[in-house]
Design a protein around this ligand. Structure first.
Ligand code: URA
Ligand code: SF4
Length: 190
């Protein structure tokens, strides 16, 4: 067990628990407010994230920041952002089951330390890990599941919205539902 975020991060930054360590440039541990009540979970770093060591800083990240701003969330203030795998899969392929399994203990520790009230899964990979193995974004986006001690919801991955802009309106609705949920169950976010 790690008693704090800093020591957990230090461990992750030199991690070699799966083969993604061989091709990564930087480990992307996560970013934001470690005491936030709302945690976003993506899939894994892309090219820009791998270069900078920060989550969601590429094109998808710019879109993501717009959605956040729309409901008064800010990665530097009232949320935290993490990923299922902390190292970039080559060519941005889906992380393999065994890579996800190797990396998941870091996310579990982040959740245990943060004790978020709400977790938002960005895309299928995160939702299938944290909500249910057969989660379908098209069918189940925007629905909150009660998984004590937190609520968890899945929505479109911002990179998927860049590919399929037709879903942007539905994603915005999910963020408005998130805002409602924050008003309901969070005390320090707004
Ligand atoms: N996509 C993700 O899932 N995570 C990131 O950090 C960046 C892009
Ligand atoms: Fe370690 Fe996770 Fe990176 Fe694999 S993806 S090397 S488990 S930090």
């Amino acid at each position: 067990m790690f008693s704090d975020f800093q020591s957990l991060k230090e461990e992750a930054l030199v991690c070699q628990k799966c083969p993604l360590c061989e091709t990564r440039n930087k480990v992307v541990f996560g970013a934001g407010n470690e005491t936030a009540e709302v945690l976003f979970v993506g899939e894994g770093p892309g090219g820009e994230e791998d270069k900078q060591g920060e989550p969601f800083v590429g094109r998808a990240g710019i879109l993501f920041d717009k959605y956040l701003k729309h409901i008064d969330l800010d990665r530097n203030k009232n949320i935290y952002i993490a990923n299922i795998v902390k190292c970039r899969p080559p060519q941005n392929r889906d992380p393999k089951e065994e890579e996800q399994a190797a990396c998941l203990p870091y996310l579990r520790q982040q959740i245990a330390l943060m004790q978020p009230k709400i977790i938002v899964c960005l895309g299928r990979i995160a939702a299938q890990k944290l909500i249910s193995p057969d989660f379908r974004v098209t069918k189940e986006h925007g629905k909150f599941y009660e998984k004590p001690p937190f609520y968890v919801m899945g929505t479109y991955h911002p990179a998927a919205l860049l590919r399929n802009p037709v879903n942007k309106g539905a994603a915005l609705e999910d963020f408005l539902l998130l805002q409602q949920k924050i008003y309901e169950v969070c005390e320090r976010t707004y």
